[in-house]
Design a protein around this ligand. Structure first.
Ligand SMILES: [Zn+2]
Length: 162
């Protein structure tokens, strides 16, 4: 377990991310790209540990965000006697609840990914079996498909749903 991945989360960068709602819900950006050694095997112990650390840190960040949302809603609940204010507040809450729901789903996805990683069935495309690639996994550690299969699926998806 490397020390830098466990660094404190309350950096100014993190506070900035927290302000843009849901930004951590798409990817985890606060990491140092992995430097593979010469001839290093794909999904070596080092790479797996690096990605596991990323997933764990990302999960932690999302959990904190969920907590923040709950606290925020508890603090603000029922403080507006004016119906117009209350409507605005309810709208705000529903956005927050959606964000929280998305975060929860993502946390589940991260859990599944960590489990996959631990059983060493990780880093290969579910559809065609090729290496997903370290850089792509760093950008999207929960990816289960290579770029090509993913794009193809998205095109199919669009054709089905118009
Ligand atoms: Zn593929």
């Amino acid at each position: 377990m490397s020390a830098d991945s466990q660094s404190k989360t309350e950096t100014s960068a993190d506070l900035a991310t927290a302000k843009t709602a849901g930004s951590t819900a798409t990817a985890f950006r606060d990491f140092t790209p992995y430097k593979a050694k010469k001839n290093e095997e794909y999904m070596s112990e080092g790479q797996l540990e690096h990605l596991r650390n990323m997933l764990t840190a990302w999960r932690q960040e999302l959990m904190e965000e969920v907590d923040r949302t709950v606290n925020h809603m508890q603090d603000e609940a029922a403080n507006f006697p004016d119906p117009a204010d209350r409507a605005t507040q309810e709208e705000e809450f529903s956005i927050e609840l959606r964000t929280r729901d998305r975060e929860r789903k993502l946390i589940n996805k991260i859990d599944v990914t960590i489990e996959r990683l631990d059983t060493e069935d990780y880093g290969y495309c579910d559809t065609c079996g090729i290496e997903i690639g370290l850089r792509r996994l760093e950008a999207r550690p929960t990816a289960t498909q290579c770029v090509d299969c993913k794009s193809l699926d998205e095109i199919k998806e669009r054709q089905i749903h118009g």
